[in-house]
Design a protein around this ligand. Sequence first.
Ligand SMILES: [Zn+2]
Length: 472
Amino acid sequence: MRLRFLGASGEVTGSCYLLETRRARVLIDFGAFQGGDASEARNRQFPSAIEPGRLDAVLLTHAHIDHTGRLPLLAQHEFARPIYATPATIDLAAILLRDAAYLQRMDAQRESRKRVARGEPPVRPLFDGNDVDDVLPLLRPVEYQTPTEVAPGVEATWVDAGHILGSASIHLRVREPAEKGHAASDRTIVFSGDIGPRGAPLLRDPTPPTRADVIVLESTYGDRDHRPPEATLDELASILTDAMAHNSKPAGNVVIPAFAVGRTQNLVYHMGILRRDGRVPEPEVWIDSPMAIKATELYRRNRGDFDAEARAIIDAGDSCLHFPGLHFSRDRETSMWLNTRQGLVVISASGMCNGGRIVHHLRHNLSKPESHVLIVGFQAQGTTGRAIVDGASEVRILGEVMPVRARVHTLNGFSAHAGRGDLLWWMSRLESRPKVFLTHGEDGPRERLASGLKERFGIAAALPRYNEAVEI
Ligand SMILES: [Zn+2]
């Protein structure tokens, strides 16, 4: 059988793998490339190897756009086979893909205006709401730990990955009968998906595989470990306490750019703990992002996927995603009203500060020395968030150059990705030595992880390139 890498090969976005056996063709994830115009152009090149008319099924590890964002393109290619995912992934994917269609439309309008002014033809969005409406009904729910026949001879099992709500690693058992020239085979192929850190809030820890012939492993943080969660929680407590202590100075706002799915809920969970333990004053916390509000509601409805710690909080009569003083800003008027207030914590998107409501909060706070900006997620090169992290003395916001006088903090301990130590732990339960392919990481981190795998387990991992196909 053959495995082809159609994204996330030497980079962290565009996850997509095509598995072809003698009897079946299955696609695992079909994510968008993200980060600038070049990525956008790559999303427009539909990989010819996929041949949507000959696919038996698509399997999703989780809902993030870099794992699902090219699915609407399948609808444009008349694909009508099942797309299997956990129930929470299906709900989250509906929210994320509709939002992606809206952003595509806005981007295309902006680009078209520029082009028409130059006398060039306008551009069409990569996909639209109709494509999303065509693809969503193809999604079929699968339960965790329940082997499901997804194509002839291919049985798939989704197991906990601990990354975001609904996230999974997918174990494929692929059986091929004896045929002329071919012996019968029975093999297990594991796609890690994105693996969360052990001990992360809300979600159950990842389940490491015990047997596999082939593993496709993510390597986002293959070169480093995060700070321990306790230290991060202490840091968060001291930032909040400092911002809210306003004896002689005006109270400052704490503005937090955060990804709507995963990071926002982790922050709410941690702030709830600090509040319940009486470790911070009683800040008024606002979530100002329609998508983050929808995602938080979905998290609350899927408490069956929570870990024992989160369930214990619920059993004690508390909510782990709510505390007194937490508010949701659902409309633009409320969002604008927040900008007239002081002493608030505002969590908003986009996570990299290059769009969305967060931009307005930055405009109102960046130049105030009493304000704080708290960066909790990865900031790609070229984004406003990266400039702020790198200590720029001024940044351009909504066409206006603004001095950065607010205090900027970077808190990396809330990552939704396993660090190097947890990735090596995930590989430590195997009873045999599989063939390993490292993906979903830039070359530096995946090379460092490859040397770790060699040292610890004697495994020589391969680092595949885009569109590379291997016989396995
Ligand atoms: Zn992810």
